[in-house]
Design a protein around this ligand. Structure first.
Ligand code: FUL
Length: 689
C-alpha cells in the first residue's frame, strides 16, 4: 500500500515537472514591429495640403503656395479628437502627390517655408508630432513617391530628392510608427513647368530596397506600407471603401504579382507575413470638400466599417480631411467621438469572462494551455490542443440564460495564423443551434448575428493548419445601430427608401425639415419629381430607436431626358437612379461622347458622374471634357480635367462651372483607368441654378 502511495506521489511530481512544450510556430510569423502595430488596431489619417484650398483630390503640382494660410491650425484639436475616439496614432500627409511639403524641407522650395502661414516659419509636421506626444499617440507619415511638382520626377535624380525627404521626416520628428507610400501615378503633372506626362516603371524606378534599409536604420521600430513597389510590412486591401475579405490571411508571397483577390483575402500558404490595413475616409473623399459637409459617415456606417476591418483581422486607418482653417470639421468630430463611444459600449462587458469553460482537447492536459486561458483577457496566454488535433471545441457555460449578438476570437499569432474555419452554436431550449460560421480568425475576428438567448455557447474549430492556439474569446451583447436608409429616385420621379437592416419603418420629409416618427410614414415608392430635398430615417418601434437622417437633394426631373444617337436600351440605366446598374459605351477609339438631351432649356451650373460601382468595374473615366449646347450642333466647352483617384475611390464626381442656359450636354471621355476604349456610367446628372 505504502509502495502505491509513494509511486503515486512520484508520478504526480514527475508529471508536474515535465513541461508540456508550446506548439511550434507554423509558417511565417509577425515581426515584433508588426505585432506592436497590429495591437494598435485603430488609428487616424490626416489629409491636409494645397488640395484643401483648391477643392481638388489630386493637385497638379502648380498650385499657388500662397493659398496655404490656415488661420486656426491646431494639431492639438486633431490629436484630442483621435485620442477621445479611441485611436492610437495619426498618419499625416507630409507630402501628397502635388509635391507640397508640410515641413520646411531642404529638398524643394515647394513647402510651408515659402507659404504665408506663420510667415514661412511654420512646420505642420512638428505641430503634429508635438500634439501626438502630448496626447500619447503614435506618429505616422505619408510621403507621396509621385511628385507632380518636382522638375526631376521621372528622372534618376529624383530618387535622391525623395530619399532625402524621407530622411528628413524620419530624423527630426521623434519615433514614427508607420510610413506610407501610395502607389498612385497619373502620369501628367507640372514637373517644374514642363507640364507633361511622365511615365515610370513602378517596379524599378524607386529602387526601394536601399530606401527600406535607410528607413529601418533611422527608425528601427517602424512598419512600412507600400502599394506601389516592392512588398513591405503591410498590405493594402484593394479598396478604399472600408472593408477587407471575410477570409483574411495575414500572409502574402514575397515576390510575384499581387492581384486584387490576394490583397483582399491574403494568401493561405503565402511565404511572408504581410497583414492588412483598411484605409478609408470619414467622408467620401480624402481631402476636405465643403460639398461633403452633409456626407460624413454616420455611427452605424462607421460601426460597419469597424466590423469589416478590425473585426476581419485588419487594422483601421480612418481619415479626417482638414478644413482650410486648419481644423477638423465639427460634424466629423461628433461622428468620430460617437463612433468611439459606440465601440466602447459594444465591447464593455465580456460575457465569457465569468463563465465556465471546457475544451474538447487541451495540450498535454496541461494547465498552462487550458480552456480558461482563452477567457482570461490576457492575450499572451492561450488555449492550445495537442499536435495533430486540428478540429476542437470550446464550450462556454453562462450558468443562466444570457442574451448576446457578438462573438470575438483571437489567435496567438506569434505562433502563426492557423484557423481555417469555425462555427458557433448556442444551446437554446436544450437544443444546439448554429448561430454563425466563418473562416479565418488571425489577430482578431468578430462575428455579428441577430440576438440569441442561450445558456451555453460552443465554439467549434472545424479546420486548422495545425493545432489551434486561441488567446482570447469574447461574447458581447452590443447595442444595435440602425443604418440611415438609402434614398433613390428613378427617371419617372418615383422615390424609393430602403435599407439592408431587417424590419425598420421609414419616415420622411420633403421640405428640408428633420424627419421624426411623427413625419410621413413611407409605405412604398412615391412621386416627387423635379427639384426636391428628401430626408428620411429608419425607426425601430420596439426599441424606440431611430437611425441617423439620410438626405438626398434631387435636381430637375429626368423624365424627358434622352440619350442622343444611341439605340442600346441598356443606356437608360445611366438615368435610372440606381447606382448598381451600369451601361458601357464602347468605341474603336477614344474619345467617346455621351450626349444627353435634357428635353427643355435649363440654367446648368455643373454635372455629376458616378462611375461603374461593380467590383470588376470597367470604363472608369479619368480625363474628361464637358460641353453644353442649345441646339446639339454648336458646342461650348465648360469644364475639363481629371477625375482624380477615381479608380480607388469611385464616388460621385462633381464638377461646377459658370451657369449657362442649355438643352444638350456632352460628356467626352478622353481616357479611362485601363487605357482602353470603353466609357462606363452608373449615373449621370446635372446641377441647375
Ligand atoms: C490614394 C491617393 O491617391 C489618395 O489621394 C489618398 O491619399 C489615399 C489615401 O490614397 O490612393
Amino acid at each position: 500500500m505504502i509502495r502505491f502511495i509513494l509511486l503515486g506521489i512520484f508520478f504526480s511530481i514527475f508529471f508536474s515537472c515535465v513541461q508540456v512544450k508550446s506548439p511550434e510556430p507554423i509558417g511565417p510569423v509577425p515581426s515584433e514591429n508588426q505585432l506592436r502595430w497590429q495591437e494598435m488596431e485603430h488609428y487616424a489619417f490626416i489629409h491636409f495640403s494645397l488640395n484643401t484650398y483648391t477643392d481638388q483630390s489630386w493637385g497638379f503640382g502648380n498650385e499657388d503656395m500662397n493659398l496655404f494660410n490656415p488661420d486656426s491650425l491646431d494639431a492639438r484639436q486633431w490629436a484630442r479628437i483621435c485620442k477621445e475616439a479611441g485611436m492610437k496614432g495619426i498618419i499625416i500627409t507630409a507630402k501628397h502627390h502635388c509635391g507640397f511639403c508640410l515641413w520646411p524641407t531642404e529638398t524643394t522650395e515647394y513647402s510651408v517655408k515659402n507659404a504665408p502661414w506663420k510667415d514661412g516659419k511654420g512646420d505642420v509636421l512638428r505641430e503634429m508630432a508635438d500634439a501626438c506626444k502630448e496626447y500619447g499617440l503614435k506618429l505616422g507619415i505619408y510621403v507621396s513617391p509621385w511628385d507632380r511638382n518636382h522638375p526631376d520626377y521621372g528622372k534618376p535624380e529624383y530618387i535622391n530628392v525623395f530619399r532625402n525627404q524621407i530622411k528628413e521626416v524620419l530624423s527630426n520628428y521623434g519615433d514614427v510608427f508607420e510610413i506610407w507610400f501610395d502607389g498612385a501615378n497619373g502620369g501628367d503633372g507640372y514637373y517644374g513647368g514642363a507640364n507633361e506626362t511622365r511615365k515610370i516603371d513602378r517596379t524599378t524606378y524607386y529602387d526601394w530596397q536601399p530606401t527600406y534599409k535607410m528607413i529601418r536604420e533611422l527608425q528601427p521600430n517602424i512598419v512600412i506600407w507600400n502599394d506601389g513597389g516592392d512588398r513591405a510590412d503591410l498590405r493594402w486591401v484593394g479598396t478604399e471603401d472600408g472593408y477587407v475579405g471575410e477570409t483574411n490571411w495575414s500572409l502574402l508571397n514575397a515576390t510575384g504579382d499581387v492581384p486584387w483577390n490576394m490583397l483582399h483575402y491574403g494568401v493561405e500558404d503565402g511565404d511572408s507575413w504581410v497583414p492588412a490595413e483598411v484605409n478609408t475616409s470619414i467622408r467620401p473623399e480624402w481631402f476636405y470638400h465643403p460639398g461633403e459637409d452633409d456626407k460624413v459617415k454616420s455611427v452605424p456606417k462607421l460601426m460597419d466599417t469597424y466590423y469589416n476591418s478590425i473585426g476581419h483581422n485588419a487594422t483601421l486607418l480612418l481619415n479626417f480631411p482638414i478644413m482650410p482653417n486648419g481644423l477638423i470639421h465639427p460634424t466629423d468630430e461628433k461622428m468620430a467621438l460617437e463612433f468611439g463611444q459606440a465601440v466602447k459600449e459594444s465591447f464593455a462587458v465580456n460575457l465569457a469572462e465569468n463563465a465556465k469553460v471546457e475544451a474538447s482537447n487541451v495540450r498535454g492536459n496541461a494547465k498552462g494551455f487550458g480552456a480558461d486561458k482563452a477567457i482570461d483577457s490576457d492575450i499572451d496566454s492561450y488555449w492550445a490542443t495537442d499536435d495533430g488535433v486540428t478540429t476542437a471545441s470550446l464550450t462556454i457555460d453562462f450558468g443562466k440564460s444570457t442574451l448576446f449578438n457578438r462573438f470575438m476570437a483571437q489567435e496567438y499569432i506569434r505562433l502563426g495564423q492557423r484557423v481555417k474555419a469555425f462555427t458557433l452554436e448556442a444551446l437554446v431550449d436544450g437544443d444546439w443551434k448554429e448561430v454563425a460560421k466563418a473562416t479565418t480568425i488571425g489577430y482578431k475576428r468578430i462575428l455579428r448575428f441577430p440576438s440569441v438567448e442561450a445558456t451555453k455557447i460552443r465554439f467549434n474549430i472545424t479546420g486548422s493548419k495545425s493545432c489551434p492556439v486561441i488567446s482570447n474569446i469574447g461574447i458581447f451583447n452590443a447595442p444595435v445601430f440602425l443604418n440611415a436608409p438609402s434614398i433613390g429616385r428613378n427617371q419617372s420621379g418615383e422615390v424609393t427608401i430602403s435599407t439592408n437592416d431587417i424590419g425598420p419603418i421609414f419616415y420622411y420629409t420633403l421640405d428640408g425639415t428633420e424627419p421624426t416618427p411623427e413625419s410621413t410614414r413611407y409605405t412604398g415608392p412615391f412621386l416627387a419629381d423635379g427639384k426636391v430635398e428628401v430626408k428620411a430615417i429608419a425607426h425601430d418601434p420596439a426599441s424606440g430607436k431611430s437611425s441617423p437622417v439620410s438626405h438626398e437633394s434631387f435636381d430637375i426631373s429626368k423624365r424627358d431626358w434622352k440619350i442622343v444617337g444611341i439605340s442600346d436600351e441598356n443606356a437608360g440605366k445611366i438615368l435610372d437612379g440606381n447606382p448598381s446598374s451600369v451601361w458601357h459605351q464602347r468605341s474603336d477609339k477614344m474619345p467617346i461622347d455621351l450626349v444627353v438631351d435634357l428635353g427643355a432649356t435649363y440654367n446648368v451650373s455643373g454635372f455629376k458622374y458616378l462611375p461603374d460601382q461593380g467590383r470588376w468595374s470597367s470604363g472608369i473615366i479619368t480625363i474628361y471634357e464637358f460641353y453644353v449646347s442649345g441646339d446639339n450642333e454648336r458646342w461650348k466647352l465648360v469644364s475639363e480635367g481629371e477625375f482624380s483617384n477615381i479608380k480607388n475611390n469611385p464616388v460621385w464626381q462633381i464638377k461646377n462651372f459658370s451657369p449657362v442656359d442649355v438643352r444638350y450636354v456632352k460628356l467626352r471621355a478622353l481616357k479611362n483607368t485601363s487605357n482602353d476604349d470603353v466609357a462606363g456610367y452608373a449615373e449621370i446628372d446635372v446641377i441647375t441654378q
